[in-house]
Design a protein around this ligand. Sequence first.
Ligand code: DC
Length: 233
Amino acid sequence: MSENLTVIAIDGPSASGKSSVSRMVAKALGYNYVDSGAMYRAVTWKVIEEGLDVTDTEQVLALIHRMKIHFEIVDGAARMFVGGVDPGNAVREPRVAEKVSIIAAIPEVRQLLVAQQRSLTKFGSLVMEGRDIGSVVFPDTPHKFYLDADPAVRAQRRTKDFQAMKISADTAGVAQALQQRDKLDSSRATSPLQIALGATVINNSHQTLEETVKTILDHIKQSGTRRGAMRVQ
Ligand code: DC
């Protein structure tokens, strides 16, 4: 990574507030925001759109090898295009959410997307959210955060997200789905969800978004001062 580039890694389980917090941190710093989960979702969306079975690894691999991926920065956020198409909000649909952990556990899919994630520094400094950003994608960044929140709080947040997208959801069902996804994400063999070495853990169950963002910006400011490596306005 070039001397002048900064990557802020924000990892954590589903609905721990990573997306909103990462967007706000990126905006405050003037960096690009990258949602790495959306990339795993976009691949899953494409597999479903092609009518393939997500458990048929051979077919999934054949698809990813012929898939054309490119990125554009739109309003300070990286958007992944698959075969020239930005799947947009379709990647949030339950049909994708239900299957994405299976796709994200395939080592070749991870290898492909990790390479793409690293390549995004060509656009400049980044705030990237995910599960393995501090542990695998950018292990050398000094700015690593792990967000967490109590499972009941996370289920309530995700239910609200669905309601905002007019997708019907009940908190009990959402809680169960989140628990299942966390289990798959934490127990897979390749790059499981974990607290990266040196990460600052923030449990934001009782924090507002603004408080969590401030905690992160304060940390970055302090570590920048200590290292003399970067300044935060
Ligand atoms: O953050 P999310 O819910 O959009 O993530 C979707 C899925 O992708 C989830 O099952 C975890 C997985 N994921 C991953 O394995 N590695 C990442 N860096 C980001 C997401």
